[in-house]
Write a new protein. Structure first.
Length: 234
């Protein structure tokens, strides 16, 4: 995806942008490529593919919810900052929290935040299930991009979501996972509000966005330890 096509896709998503924001994104790309030589951040290194499969893909979140109307967002398992950093660049009023279990990635993210001059964004070095225990009912949106099976993601994420707000799962093909996660949604008192499926431009992959709405406060029994979650569902 060339920059002109990227701008056209931003227009289709109705995401306003400035030249300064595009420069920030370009600087982010340069830092990503530079640091990827030292630590494993992404298997995708071609510029047009990064713009398509990381940058544009991150911003498709806007197609299922208006980010301008939310106060804060938590990106769990953020990795190299997708979607969290990209969203912060284009929605600067949104307070963003980035969570990852690998300190090397957090070091990279802290450097990006400093270099780009981003405000109201913070990083946490933690496992999602541990972070959830101390950040219950804190966020308007909790999101994760290709992080874990949906039933695990619900158990990680829903405890952090405010009542009546949203967990957004960014996935590929997910029909089986939805079926396997129905009992988890019931137990954690949430429901699938909306499902949006689409193909990336140039048929570069199928995507599914799931908007899962929280109905009631989550029991302090959840999330369980990772070993328990992996062993048996709920």
């Amino acid at each position: 995806m060339q920059i002109e096509e990227f701008k056209q896709e931003l227009d289709k998503l109705a995401i306003p942008y400035s030249e300064a924001q595009l420069r920030q994104l370009e600087q982010y790309y340069e830092l990503l490529v530079e640091w990827n030589k030292k630590i494993n951040l992404t298997a995708i290194v071609e510029k047009d593919q990064i713009y398509l499969k990381h940058f544009y893909d991150s911003l498709t979140l806007e197609s299922i919810i208006s980010l301008e109307e939310q106060k804060n967002l938590c990106d769990i398992g953020t990795g190299a900052g997708f979607p969290g950093i990209v969203i912060k660049i284009f929605f600067p009023k949104l307070h963003v929290t980035l969570v990852d279990s690998l300190q090397k990635r957090i070091t990279f993210l802290d450097m990006v935040i400093e270099k780009l001059g981003l405000q109201e964004i913070e990083t946490y070095h933690a496992r999602a299930e541990e972070f959830a225990q101390t950040h219950r009912e804190k966020f308007d949106i909790v999101t994760a991009r290709a992080v874990a099976h949906l039933r695990l993601l619900i158990e990680y994420g829903i405890p952090m979501v405010k009542v009546h707000k949203y967990l957004i799962a960014m996935k590929g093909n997910i029909l089986e996972e939805i079926e396997e996660s129905k009992s988890t949604m019931i137990k954690l008192k949430c429901h699938l509000n909306m499902k949006k499926e689409f193909d990336l431009p140039h048929m570069e992959g199928h995507r599914t966005l799931l908007l899962i709405q929280k109905d009631e406060e989550t029991s302090h029994l959840f999330p369980r330890k990772y070993s328990e979650m992996k062993k048996k569902g709920i």
